[in-house]
Design a binder for this molecule. Structure first.
Ligand code: NAP
Length: 552
C-alpha cells in the first residue's frame, strides 16, 4: 500500500490515511498506522489533543469510569508509568494524560490542529478520497478514518430569547479555557444529564444563587471519589493483564468488576436491599451490574429504580424538591446513568433551587431571566448542559460523498446504517471508530476505541498483503447487522427511554437505538470471526476489479 501519486482532485499532498480527530481514537490510530509504516495525517479542529477532554472543561468534569481503567492498554510502559491521582480522574488530569501520550509517542508532528475537515469525497476511478479542510486545502488519501467521537457535536436548545440574554451563556461541552468565576452571580443551568449533575454541586459552591432547570430527572449514583493510594495503583498495575483481558472479553461494558450471577428477583427483599446498599456505598457505575437482569426485566429494574428513588428521598430535605428529583418515567439505566459527588445534597443548600420545566416548559429567556409559568427567574449567567447530537452529529457536519456522489447524510437520513459500526455501504475505504452499530457509548470508550483501531490496523495489513485496494461494507451484510442491532436493543428495556441513545433528544432525528448492546466481548468475537473469514460481509477489490470477500 503506498500513497496514491495522482489523486483525482487538485490535492497537493497524498497520504495512505487521513484521520479526522485527535482524541483518544485518533491518537491511537495514528500510532498504530505509523507502526505499520503507513503515512497518516490527522486533522483536529481543537487547538490540542484529547477530543472530548479538550472541550468539556466545565466545573466538576471528570470521567465516570475509574481512571485506572479509563486509560490506554496498548503500551505496558505507559500504563505502568502514569500516576492517576484519584479514583475518577478530573478533566484537567485526563487532558494532561492525553498530552503526555502525544508527547511520549511523538504524535504531534502528524497532527494539524485548529483545522476542521469540511468535506471528503471518494473518487471511484482512482479509489482515493479527497479531503478538504477549513484552511481551504485538499489532500488525498487511500483511506479515511473518522475518529470524530460520539459526543462531540453540542446541542444548543431552541429556546426563544436565548440570543437576547445579556449575560454570558456557556455550554458545558464548549467551556472557555480560562477559569470562569461565578462568585456573587445568580446562575441558571439548563439540563440535568451527566454534565449538569457534575457541574451543579461545584457551581453552587461559588454562585450567589443557582437555579437548576430540570426537564427530566436522572438516576444518579454517588461516585465516592477519593485519592488513589500507591497501594491501590500497584494492585491495578500488577494485575493489568488479567484486568484488561476481563474488560475486553468478560464485561459487557468493558469495565472490570464482579459479574452478577443472578437476577434481582432471585434474592429476597432483605438480601437484595443489602446488595443495593453495598453497591451504593461503594459508588460508581457498577451499581447497575449487581444483578444480571436490570436492563432486561422491568420488575427487576423497578427494585433498583425504587431503591435509588428512596435514597433521593432520604437525602433531599424538602419533600417537593425530592419528589421532583425522583425519576419515574423510564427504567433506571435506560438513559445513561449518572455518577455524582453530592448532587442531591446540593439541593439542601439555601442558595440552590430547582425549577421543573417538564410540567411548565421554559416560555422564553429575557435579557436577564428565564421565564417559566409566567415567573421570571432572574439570572446573571446561563449554563447550557443540554447535551449532544450524539453518535451521528459530528459525522453529519462533514460533507462526506461516497459512490455516485451520494452523501452519508442522505444515506443516514432515516437513521445510521453501518456494518459492525465500522463501515457504511457505498463509502469505500471509510472507517468509523466507535460508530453507531458498535458498543461504543455503552462501554468504557477506551476499550472500544482500542478494539476498533486494532481491527482496522489488522485489516489494512491484510489488504496490503493481499494486494487489495478497496474495501466496503456489503449492502446485505449491512442490512442484516442493522436488523441485528435493532433486535438486540428491543430485547432490552433501553428503547423505553427517550434517550440520546435513541436520538430522542434531537427534534426530528430518527428514533433508532444507535449503539450495539450485545456486549463488548460478544462484539469483539464477531469482529474477529469476520476478519478470520477473510472479512466476510465486506466487498474488497483490487484497484480495477471489485470482488466479494470470501464467504465462510
Ligand atoms: P444529556 O445527557 O443529553 O443531558 C442533557 C440535559 O439537557 C437533559 O437533562 C435534557 O433533558 C436537557 N435538555 C436538552 N435540551 C433541552 C431543552 N431544550 N430544554 C430543557 N432541557 C433540555 O447531556 P450531557 O449531560 O452532556 O451528557 C451526555 C453524555 O455525555 C452522557 O450521557 C455521558 O455519556 C457523557 N458524559 C460523561 C461524563 C462522565 O464521564 N462523567 C460527563 C458528562 C457527559 P431531557 O432528559 O428531558 O432531554
Amino acid at each position: 500500500m503506498s500513497a496514491p501519486s495522482s489523486p483525482a482532485s487538485q490535492a497537493s499532498e497524498a497520504y495512505d490515511v487521513v484521520i479526522v480527530g485527535a482524541g483518544f481514537a485518533g491518537m491511537y490510530m495514528l500510532h498504530r498506522l505509523r507502526g505499520l509504516g503507513l503515512s497518516a495525517r490527522v486533522f483536529e479542529q481543537g487547538g490540542g489533543v484529547g477530543g472530548t477532554w479538550y472541550w468539556n472543561r466545565y466545573p466538576g468534569a471528570r470521567c465516570d469510569v475509574e481512571s485506572m481503567q479509563y486509560s490506554y492498554s496498548f503500551s505496558d510502559e505507559l500504563q505502568q508509568e502514569w500516576d492517576w491521582s484519584e479514583r475518577y480522574a478530573p478533566q484537567p488530569e485526563i487532558l494532561k494524560y492525553a498530552n503526555h501520550v502525544a508527547d511520549r509517542f511523538d504524535l504531534r508532528r502528524d497532527i494539524q490542529f485548529e483545522t476542521r475537515v469540511d468535506r471528503a469525497e471518494f473518487d471511484e476511478r482512482s479509489s482515493t478520497w479527497s479531503v478538504t479542510t477549513s484552511d481551504g486545502k485538499t489532500v488525498s488519501a487511500s483511506f479515511v478514518v473518522l475518529a470524530t467521537g460520539c459526543l462531540s457535536n453540542a446541542r444548543k436548545p431552541d429556546i426563544k430569547g436565548l440570543d437576547i440574554f445579556k449575560g454570558p451563556v456557556y455550554h458545558t461541552s464548549n467551556w472557555p479555557h480560562e477559569p470562569i468565576d461565578f462568585t456573587g452571580l445568580r446562575v441558571g443551568i439548563i439540563g440535568t444529564g451527566s454534565s449538569g449533575i457534575q457541574s451543579v454541586p461545584v457551581i453552587a459552591e461559588q454562585a450567589k444563587h443557582l437555579t437548576v432547570f430540570q426537564r427530566t430527572p436522572n438516576y444518579s449514583i454517588p461516585a465516592r471519589n477519593a485519592p488513589l493510594t500507591p497501594a491501590e495503583r500497584k494492585t491495578f498495575r500488577d494485575n493489568y493483564p488479567a484486568i484488561r483481558h476481563f474488560a475486553r472479553w468478560e464485561a459487557r461494558n468493558g469495565i472490570y468488576t464482579e459479574l452478577p450471577d443472578r437476577g434481582a428477583l432471585d434474592d429476597g427483599d432483605n438480601e437484595r436491599r443489602a446488595k443495593y446498599e453495598a453497591r451504593w456505598a461503594r459508588g460508581g457505575l457498577t451499581f447497575m451490574s449487581v444483578y444480571n437482569n436490570l436492563g432486561l426485566d422491568k420488575t427487576a429494574n423497578d427494585t433498583a429504580a425504587g431503591f435509588v428513588r428512596e435514597k433521593i428521598g432520604e437525602t433531599v430535605r424538602d419533600p417537593a424538591t425530592a419528589k421532583a428529583l425522583q425519576p419515574t418515567t423510564y427504567p433506571i439505566g435506560t438513559k445513561r446513568i449518572c455518577i455524582d459527588t453530592d448532587y442531591f445534597e446540593t439541593f439542601n443548600r439555601p442558595n440552590v433551587s430547582l425549577v421543573d420545566i417538564k410540567t411548565n416548559p421554559i416560555e422564553e429567556i429575557t435579557a436577564n431571566a428565564v421565564r417559566v409559568a409566567g415567573h421570571d427567574h432572574e439570572v446573571d449567567a446561563l449554563v447550557l448542559a443540554t447535551g449532544f447530537d450524539a453518535m451521528t452529529g459530528s459525522v453529519a457536519r462533514i460533507d462526506i460523498r461516497g459512490r455516485g456522489g451520494k452523501t452519508l447524510n442522505q444515506k443516514w437520513a432515516e437513521g445510521p446504517k453501518t456494518y459492525l459500526g465500522l463501515m457504511s455501504a457505498g463509502f469505500p475505504n471509510l472507517f468509523i471508530i466507535t460508530g453507531p452499530g458498535s458498543p461504543s457509548v455503552l462501554s468504557n470508550m477506551i476499550v472500544s476505541i482500542e478494539q476498533h483501531v486494532d481491527w482496522i490496523a489488522d485489516c489494512l495489513v491484510y489488504m496490503r498483503e493481499q494486494g487489495l485496494a478497496t474495501m466496503e461494507a456489503d449492502v446485505d451484510a449491512e442490512e442484516k447487522w442493522v436488523a441485528h442491532v435493532n433486535d438486540v436493543a428491543h430485547g432490552t428495556l433501553y428503547p423505553q427511554a427517550n434517550s440520546w441513545y435513541m436520538g430522542a433528544n434531537i427534534p426530528g432525528k430518527p428514533r433508532i437505538f444507535m449503539p450495539y448492546i450485545g456486549g463488548v466481548g460478544v462484539y469483539r468475537q464477531i469482529c474477529n470471526d469476520i476478519a478470520a473469514k477473510g472479512y466476510e460481509g465486506f466487498v474488497m477489490g483490487r484497484a480495477e476489479q471489485p470482488r466479494r470477500a470470501a464467504a465462510s
